[in-house]
Structures are given as C-alpha cells and as structure tokens.
Design a protein around this ligand. Structure first.
Ligand code: FMN
Length: 183
C-alpha cells in the first residue's frame, strides 16, 4: 500500500514548479461572462493545436465550465496580479473593474494580457479532484513589444527577467516549439 502523502507537503512541492498565470474566460449561452485564474495551463499539442487547464471539482462555477463550448486562455503579463486576484476569489462582478473585449469565439479577451488563445472545447477528462479541460486553439493574439510575464512560484507572484542561461539542445522538442512559434 502506498504511504499517505501529507497534502501540505504535496502543495509545497507543486509550488516549486514556477508557472505563468492564466485567466480562462467563457461566455455562457445566456451571455453571462465567467473567468477563473489558473496556473495549471499547459500547451499540449501543435497538430492539432491543443492546450489544457485543470479545474477544481468543487469550484462554484464548475457546471459553467463543464458545459462551456468555447473558452479563452489569457496569459497574464507582469503587473496584472490584481487581474489574477479578481478571478481567484468570489466576486459579484469582476468584469466591471477589468478591461476586456470580446474575441471571435465570443469569450472575453483581457486587456493587457501577454497573449490570448481562443479555444473551442476539445475533450474533458476526470483528474482526481480536478477536471482536465482540453481546448483546440482557433485563434492566437500576442501582445506586441517587450512583455514580462506574471509568474507564480511558491505561493507568490513574481516575474521572469530573462536572465540568459543558454538555449536547450537544438534537437529538443522545446526548440521545435520555438521554431514553430510557440516559444
Ligand atoms: C495563482 C493562482 C493559480 C490558481 N490555479 C488554479 C487552477 O489551476 N485550477 C483551479 O481550479 N483553481 C486555481 N486557482 C484557484 C481559483 O482561481 C479559485 O479557487 C477560483 O477562482 C474560485 O472559483 P469559485 O469561486 O468558482 O469556486 C488558482 C488561484 C491562483 C491565485
């Protein structure tokens, strides 16, 4: 039998993996906008173009996400921690304070995001206490000019200053992604 892992220790270990911060947005059939802050964003596949995020099963808006036919991954830029916070806690209407427009898929695009990936629902999988939502990317918008990311590490926001430790080996899949424009 496997030993029981202490949840706090597990969370601390997960927190050592530095991520970006993404606000995933959707618009329901009734026109209601919903957003949730996640750091579980992952690029999955180039062909077809797939991304995923993981949603806590007990999220208040779980039903909305389970039924969402489209969603948009807004990758936040440095300085957007207030945007992250606005979609990480219950709020009557975060959209009043957060500048946004509407993308081709009908979902909100967050002003000032480093990049936004418009998606249509591709697949859902149960993942323990989370639901894994996979989206097929239908459009990409990337901010022009220099853009530091909003980073998340050990429970705190930060950024990445582009300190150059060299590129990975040229034949690695990461380099393939860079050449394909995903880097
Ligand atoms: C930096 C950061 C990353 C988060 N990542 C996730 C995540 O990947 N999945 C998730 O379900 N909740 C994540 N959360 C928590 C949700 O944002 C928060 O619980 C949610 O907005 C509450 O939704 P509810 O009011 O619908 O329950 C994260 C919060 C923060 C601040």
């Amino acid at each position: 039998m496997l030993p029981t892992l202490d949840p706090r220790t597990l969370r601390n270990a997960f927190g050592c993996y530095t991520t970006g911060v993404v606000v995933v947005t959707t618009t329901g059939a009734d026109g209601q906008k919903t957003g949730v802050t996640v750091n579980s964003f992952t690029s999955v596949s180039l062909d077809p173009p797939l991304v995923l995020f993981c949603l806590l099963n007990s999220a208040n808006a779980y039903r909305t996400w389970e039924q969402a036919t489209h969603f948009t991954m807004n990758i936040l830029a440095s300085g957007q921690q207030q945007v992250s916070n606005a979609f990480a806690r219950p709020s009557s209407n975060p959209w009043e304070a957060i500048g946004h427009t509407t993308g081709d898929n009908g979902c909100p695009l967050i002003d000032g995001a480093a990049a936004s990936l418009e998606c249509e629902r591709f697949q859902h999988f149960p993942g323990g206490d989370h639901l894994i939502l996979v989206g097929r990317v239908t459009a990409v918008r990337i901010a022009t000019g220099p853009m530091e990311p909003l980073a998340f590490h050990r429970g705190k926001y930060g950024t990445y200053w582009g300190v150059d430790f060299g590129a990975p080996p040229p034949d690695s899949s990461l380099s393939d992604m860079v050449m394909a424009g995903f880097g």
